[in-house]
Design a protein around this ligand. Structure first.
Ligand SMILES: *[C@@H]1O[C@H](CO)[C@@H](O)[C@H](O)[C@H]1NC(C)=O
Ligand SMILES: *[C@@H]1O[C@H](CO)[C@@H](O)[C@H](O)[C@H]1NC(C)=O
Ligand SMILES: *[C@@H]1O[C@H](CO)[C@@H](O)[C@H](O)[C@H]1NC(C)=O
Ligand SMILES: *[C@@H]1O[C@H](CO)[C@@H](O)[C@H](O)[C@H]1NC(C)=O
Ligand SMILES: *[C@@H]1O[C@H](CO)[C@@H](O)[C@H](O)[C@H]1NC(C)=O
Ligand SMILES: CC(=O)N[C@H]1CO[C@H](CO)[C@@H](O)[C@@H]1O
Length: 620
């Protein structure tokens, strides 16, 4: 096993110093090209005027008139047009309602799917039943017609219905959907699950990859590539070989996109080359949906450049990225799903920095993330299986062996480069220092979920629990959930926030090890730990729901002083059960797709052992 701190060098060619050099052009993708919704003179002027509290509000509005007419009228406005003139312009030419995303009925809905019977505690059963029913509130489809010939919207149009995360996220999102599907499939909502997968496959066929969400302004970046795994859990449930036949060429295409665009070659001390992946987006513009926020981060609104320099001299904040690179970094981090986190910055926060100061040191593309590479490994294993299934009756080239070898190679590279023998965990790899980055987050457990272990892992029973020391402590110490990092920075993907998808990763990883461990005593300890994490998560989601008016008809009345009808949040505060998390660029969202999916999964998986908290009003 290579001692990671001794790893030699990464080839500069592979890294590409200049932002545009390192894109492999043999994979065709379409990028954002709307003159209204993508970076350009029109969007720049509108978004700089900050007409709305949240930059996303504008780019989500459809037009009332043809694009050409709007652009002609816009460029006739005087250069000194005031904010109120621009505001009126937007009101005249853009819709202000959400009539392009329609609420529709959820097909095949059964209020009492069999899995609910697995849940022993009657309050938790009621809670699960509420969440299952809540999918109805989150079902949408896109309107067929635009208001006029030549009118536009930023939506990437798909014909079938889908489930949205909720709140500000009122369209299709990529990695959220994996966690949503975990919950939908438990509730036998197979039709909508298949519709959502088919929508994604159509988008990948058309654009060459799956963007962050179904909006043209997301065409500059993807998200953790979980589509192959969505097809896998759908297949496990339905054995729908027709869907597999439809999906497989598209999944191959997505795989090639990632491999061509995100591979980096690292040489270890023995001279061995490892092909791993990192996130990298080449982009010179603010993100359309966070335009104003990005400008503030990059250009330090309110200070001229002289002031900026003075400020930086007085208060140095680590190496500052030049603007072009900075916009790429800001676009690259959301690709990972973590926008934003100190996990990818070079600054070590002392606690008095502004979020902008921290973000200016983002260094996402110099990190080989442990989670992305584990996901690719899972995809390679699944694609090998899928090809094996479909190759049985054909004489097509044996792609399954290609994927099998790719999975084995990646697994070995992850162990060689990312495993730390002393701590017994996997870490991210830092391409600048050519060493692992000793930051522990729930993402570090992703290789275990993916079935990646060093050779001696199961031979050293005494050491197995060592891998979980930290998470055992967190489960005891934080009553509101496993925190995402230990750094309190005010960024969203930092302490004290607890994020359901990563809580899921921790539970899945522990369960995976539990199933493989040959020692009964350790299996029991691992199981206890998984249940403890689930219990904390359920305490938080259940209490959050109770404190916002959750009730179970005929079983449990609303708390006296509540008005809403029970909410689940996008993220929770690890220190206060039931309280939503905070920080970041927008206020906390409720709904919420992935929380609902992970809660249903945990309630099903550990349904015989979990108990409803009894005193939410006091513990929160
Ligand atoms: C904008 O500029 C024009 C001359 O170019 C001037 O007549 C007008 O008063 C200015 N309007 C505002 C609001 O400053
Ligand atoms: C990576 O290594 C460099 C060089 O040691 C260091 O400055 C940086 O903070 C590390 N972390 C990240 C996220 O770049
Ligand atoms: C392979 O062929 C057999 C017999 O013709 C058929 O029953 C089966 O469904 C086929 N399998 C696949 C994956 O096409
Ligand atoms: C869950 O909440 C209950 C309060 O009703 C508390 O007794 C229990 O310790 C909590 N469990 C965890 C794991 O925090
Ligand atoms: C309801 O009242 C309890 C105490 O009686 C309090 O702890 C709780 O925060 C209140 N809930 C809300 C939503 O105001
Ligand atoms: C992934 C992707 O589509 N990236 C595009 C982002 O936008 C730039 C232009 O600003 C394109 O060159 C990239 O291909």
């Amino acid at each position: 096993m290579g001692e990671p701190s001794e790893v030699a060098s990464v080839s500069e060619d592979q890294l590409g110093g200049d932002a545009d050099d390192d894109v492999d052009d043999d994979v065709e993708v379409k990028s954002c090209d709307s003159p209204i919704y993508c970076p350009g003179p029109f969007l720049d002027r509108i978004q700089r005027a900050k007409l709305f509290e949240d930059s996303k509000t504008f780019v989500d509005r459809g037009t009332k008139r043809p694009i050409n007419e709007i652009l002609t009228a816009f460029f006739k406005l005087p250069r000194n047009a005031t904010r109120s003139v621009l505001k009126k312009f937007v009101a005249d030419y853009f819709t202000d309602n959400e009539n392009d995303l329609l609420k529709v009925e959820l097909p095949d809905f059964n209020p009492n799917p069999p899995f609910l019977q697995q849940i022993k505690d009657r309050y938790l059963k009621g809670f699960a039943s509420f969440i299952h029913g809540f999918w109805k509130t989150l079902t949408r489809r896109m309107a067929q017609d635009l208001p006029c010939e030549g009118c536009a919207t930023s939506l990437i149009r798909v014909p079938r219905p889908f489930i949205i995360p909720g709140g500000r996220f009122k369209e299709i999102y990529y990695w959220d959907t994996y966690f949503v599907l975990e919950g939908l499939l438990l509730g036998d909502l197979n039709t909508i699950s298949k519709d959502m997968i088919l929508n994604f496959l159509d988008i990948v066929d058309e654009y060459g990859f799956m963007p962050n969400g179904a909006r043209v302004y997301y065409l500059n970046r993807s998200q953790p590539p979980l589509l192959t795994q969505m097809v896998k859990i759908y297949m496990d449930k339905t054995k729908d070989v027709e869907l597999l036949r439809r999906a497989l060429p598209t999944l191959d295409k997505e795989y090639n996109y990632w491999r061509a665009r995100h591979t980096v070659v690292v040489q270890d001390r023995q001279g061995k080359l490892h092909e791993l992946m990192r996130y990298n987006v080449n982009n010179r513009y603010p993100r359309p949906e966070s335009y104003h926020e990005d400008i503030i981060t990059v250009e330090y609104s309110g200070f001229n450049s002289c002031m900026q320099i003075l400020l930086l001299v007085l208060k140095p904040v680590g190496p500052i990225q030049p603007n072009g690179v900075m916009y790429s970094m800001l676009t690259t981090a959301p690709l990972l799903g973590w926008d934003y986190s100190t996990r990818f910055v070079t600054l070590i926060p002392k606690g008095d920095e502004t979020p902008e100061e921290i973000l200016r040191t983002l260094n996402t593309r110099m990190i080989i993330p442990v989670d992305l590479n584990s996901i690719m490994h899972m995809n390679e294993k699944i694609l090998a299986d899928f090809h094996r299934i479909l190759e049985r009756n054909t004489t097509t080239p044996k792609l399954h062996t290609f994927y099998e070898e790719a999975a084995q190679k990646r697994s070995r590279s992850i162990v060689d480069l990312l495993w730390d023998d002393k701590d017994r965990v996997f870490y991210d790899f830092n391409l600048t220092s050519h060493a692992i980055e000793k930051t522990l987050t729930p993402a570090n457990y992703w290789p275990f979920w993916s079935g990646i272990f060093p050779d001696d892992f199961f031979k050293r029973p005494a050491d197995i629990m060592k891998s979980f020391d930290a998470v055992e402590d967190y489960a005891e110490e934080y009553p509101g959930g496993i925190p995402i990092t230990m750094t309190a920075s005010t960024l969203q993907w930092d302490f004290p926030n607890s994020w359901p998808p990563l809580v899921f990763v921790a539970m899945k990883a522990i369960t995976e090890v539990e199933h493989r461990v040959p020692f009964k005593q350790i299996r029991e300890r691992l199981h206890k730990l998984a249940v403890a994490i689930a219990q904390v998560f359920i305490n938080s989601t259940y209490c959050g729901w109770r404190l916002t008016g959750g009730e179970i008809p005929g079983v449990l009345a609303k708390l006296p002083n509540t008005t809403d009808s029970g909410k689940l949040f996008e993220k929770y505060d690890a220190t206060r059960p039931g309280r939503p998390g905070g920080g970041g660029e927008y206020t906390v969202q409720d709904g919420f797709g992935w929380t609902n999916g992970v809660a249903l999964w945990a309630l099903n998986q550990f349904g015989k052992e979990l108990e409803a908290p009894t005193n939410c009003a006091q513990i929160a």
